[in-house]
Design a protein around this ligand. Structure first.
Ligand code: DGL
Length: 273
């Protein structure tokens, strides 16, 4: 009997946001074991310089490698934008980010060749989305817009209502004016705000949920490399964070869409110097 590769998939993020990616991975690959690390003691990454985020990302990935993961997913757009290539070159295992899958889906979706990208300041100012879109098709126009307030609004659970609507209108107005027909949700938190974003952008907008696209890319990578878990047994996941802030479990379970089993705090500096 072939049982495939039972080693876990490792995912990391600056905090709670990457749980939106885990949620999609669990849906698409219910048999895969997950080890998640959220760097809640150092969140946010989106406001920090590329150099600092690269250092954090390397340390986060090295932590996951101690759990014999078969694949690392950078489940954070900011870290993917500035550190995925570095990790891919440095580490001896496949490293997937959340940006390329969203870009591929947006290129397929757009009809008028005008794509909007929203994310943290770090993600948008890195220029990674623009670069990848231009490299794939120089005719396509990409318009980036940082929307930093969406992160605390999603964590507070303010996913509708007048305050969030006003914030969304203000942030998204330039993209409406540019007549983008496709919008990449380039931040872990934004899928929670999909409905309000759609209502501001209009019913015809094609929203690209990077978490969904990334889950598809992970599955293809596991299959291509022959490292899927085919055992059929129910996996036991593990969630680690560098701090357990107030409300973490409540917010995390909302992002994940189910109970956060086996949650523990680890002291990153003592585990990965
Ligand atoms: N996870 C981050 C991202 O997707 C958002 C939160 C942060 O700034 O750390 O870019």
């Amino acid at each position: 009997m072939i049982l495939g590769d039972a080693r876990p998939i490792g995912l990391f993020d600056s905090g709670v946001g990457g749980l939106t990616v885990v949620r999609e991975v669990m849906k698409v690959m219910p048999g895969e074991r997950i080890i998640y690390f959220g760097d809640t003691a150092r969140v946010p990454y989106g406001t920090k310089s590329s150099r600092v985020v690269q250092g954090f990302a390397l340390q986060d990935a090295r932590l996951l490698m101690q759990y014999d993961v078969k694949l690392i997913v950078v489940a954070c757009h900011t870290a993917s934008a500035v550190a995925r290539d570095l990790l891919g070159k440095t580490l001896p295992l496949p490293v997937l980010g959340v940006i390329e899958p969203g870009v591929r889906a947006a290129l397929r979706a757009t009809r008028n060749g005008r794509i909007g990208v929203i994310g943290t300041r770090g993600t948008i100012s890195s220029g990674t989305y623009r670069r990848l879109i231009a490299a794939a098709d120089p005719e396509i126009r990409a318009y980036g817009r940082p929307c930093p307030l969406f992160v605390p609004l999603a964590e507070e659970g303010w996913v509708d209502g007048s305050v969030t609507r006003e914030v969304a209108r203000t942030y998204l107005a330039p993209l409406v004016r540019r007549k983008v027909d496709t919008l990449i949700l380039g931040c872990t938190h934004y899928p929670l705000l999909k409905e309000i974003i759609r209502s501001v952008m209009g019913p015809d907008i094609r929203l690209i949920d990077s978490a969904e696209e990334t889950a598809g890319a992970i599955l293809r990578t596991l299959r291509d490399r022959g490292i899927e878990n085919l055992s059929g047994s129910r996996p036991e996941h593990r969630f680690m964070v560098s701090d357990i802030p107030h409300q973490f479990r409540r917010v995390g379970e909302r992002f994940l869409g189910c109970r956060l089993e086996s949650l523990s705090r680890i002291d990153l500096d003592s585990v990965v110097p």
